[in-house]
Design a binder for this molecule. Sequence first.
Ligand code: COA
Length: 260
Amino acid sequence: MTEPVNIISEENNGILYLTINREDKMNALSFSTLEELKLVFEQLMDNKSIKAVILTGAGEKAFVAGADITEIASLNEVNARKFAEFGQEIFAMIENCHKPVLAVTNGYTLGGGCELAMACHMRIATANAKFGQPEVNLGIIPGYGGTQRLTLLVGRGKANELMMTGDMIGAEEAKSLGLVNHVFPTKEEAIACAEAIVEKIRSKAPLAIGMIVDCVNAVFSQENGYQTEANSFARCVKSGDYKEGTSAFLEKRKPIFRGE
Ligand code: COA
């Protein structure tokens, strides 16, 4: 693995600050970005000096605007399932991390970005944050655990609405749904809030914090649902609508779906 280029990683006072750093692409999650994220979380467990992680996106416009559509526009059923399972594996590592992982979501938090934020233990949003699962516009579905985590966080009805319409919601609505813990006007204030929460957690017993992570995740354990999601995601990419949806995005036009 070469030096990370898509993630800026800085350690300060026991906190690892991770910034997804593809600002010109709205911090879209390319495959190599996911690989870098995986490496960071693999190394994190053995690093005794790091007590918590704060994850954000570079710039003011986006946390992460989804998986990189240029990379997912030419999937087949086999590699689509692997694509979904790879993302699910990394997001599960984040969710299962025994050190608190807080997302500071600044701007667009869409698709894989919303899924990434939901895999973190808490979400603090800036007032301009927008949340959504717009995969349906591309002829696919969320594939990084979104169908499961969104349903568990906001409930079945609202999750269906968000995933079926692809609509975006603002930070305050996301907070009222339980998708977001706190909202602040600026990124600086959102990060300060995340740091204050980390400071409180650091005064508690680290083993107990790890056990809370395990027990909370046990409530939400949905192994079969994740497998269904990866299989369904793979089935979507066999369709003409998937070709049409991704091509339309890349050609900057509206898609015409034919249901085939
Ligand atoms: N994958 C790859 N590139 C992306 C991207 C993604 N998910 N989201 C944005 N980008 C790129 C755009 O293609 C554009 O690149 P270009 O400058 O080379 O043309 C750049 O980021 C800026 O995006 P743009 O669409 O021009 O900005 P905007 O302010 O008009 O719209 C969004 C912002 C987030 C609403 C819009 O980019 C969008 O809908 N992105 C896709 C969201 C999505 O479907 N996510 C789920 C993917 S599975």
